[in-house]
Write a protein that binds this ligand. Structure first.
Ligand code: PGA
Length: 252
């Protein structure tokens, strides 16, 4: 089996002013630079307006990503930001299809796929988010929902290098609630099997599948120890250097 290098990614959402954000990013970057032979990658995804100062602040020590992108290269899309702009600013990852985008902005699987295709075509890495709502979980549809989202949102040209999957149960985001480790293990195994069905076993074996949803220092170690969990997408706990670093340390 291919070895997968874990990725710990911070999703700041609509948080931080410039001074807080650059201090946060620089704090993590300094700690990471001081780590001997780190065994995981670290990424911070600030609001788009702070990508430039955050890229400066991290000095190339950790990766910087965007929280979303428009699928088109340029044009009449007031308020949107394109992948070439994100790349030009120095970012190398883009989160697409986060549940807050799917809910607040009514993004469909087809739109998420188009965004991921744009990310890939410009040589950046797409973090494609999937996950079930509480009602879907209660109805026993978790795996079915994830499989449908994978089929609909993951481009056919996805590889282990240009795509990362983030499994984020919607009901676990920002709530302090998480699935049991057995549930996370079962869903991640099913996600990898669906990727294998779509893209082949080799790609599936190499692709990183992150867990997201109320990851914090107190639960990170047991989640990151699961065989098919290759890192975390962290919201609230990525906004403090000490908390985010404690999560990174579980994979370091
Ligand atoms: P949370 O958010 O860690 O605050 O639950 C995770 C996410 O939405 O990516």
């Amino acid at each position: 089996m291919m070895s997968r290098r874990p990725l710990i990614a911070g999703n700041w959402k609509m948080n931080c002013l410039k001074s807080d954000g650059t201090a946060l990013a620089a704090g993590i970057a300094e700690k990471y630079a001081a780590a001997v032979n780190p065994k995981c990658d670290v990424l911070v995804c600030p609001p788009a307006i702070w990508i430039l100062p955050v890229v400066d602040a991290v000095k190339g020590r950790i990766a910087v990503g965007a929280e979303d992108a428009h699928a088109a290269e340029s044009g009449a899309h007031t308020g949107d930001i394109s992948v070439p702009m994100i790349k030009d600013a120095g970012a190398s990852f883009v989160i697409v299809g986060h549940s807050e985008r799917r809910t607040d902005h009514h993004e469909t699987d087809a739109e998420v796929k188009a965004k991921a295709e744009a990310v890939i075509s410009h040589g950046l890495t797409a973090i494609i988010c999937i996950g079930e709502t509480e009602a879907e979980r209660d109805a026993g549809k978790t795996i079915e929902v994830c499989r449908t989202q994978i089929q609909g949102s993951v481009p056919d040209k996805a590889t282990a290098e240009n795509v990362v999957i983030a499994y984020e149960p919607v009901w676990a985001i920002g709530t302090g609630r998480t699935p049991t480790t057995q549930d996370v293990a079962d869903v991640h195994a099913a996600v990898r099997a669906e990727i294998a069905a779509k893209l082949g076993k080799e790609t599936a074996d190499g692709m990183r599948i992150l867990y997201g949803g109320s990851v914090k220092p107190s639960n990170a170690a047991e989640l990151m120890a699961l065989a098919d969990v290759d890192g975390a997408l962290v919201g609230g706990a990525s906004l403090k250097v000490a908390d985010f670093w404690a999560i990174i340390e579980t994979c370091l």
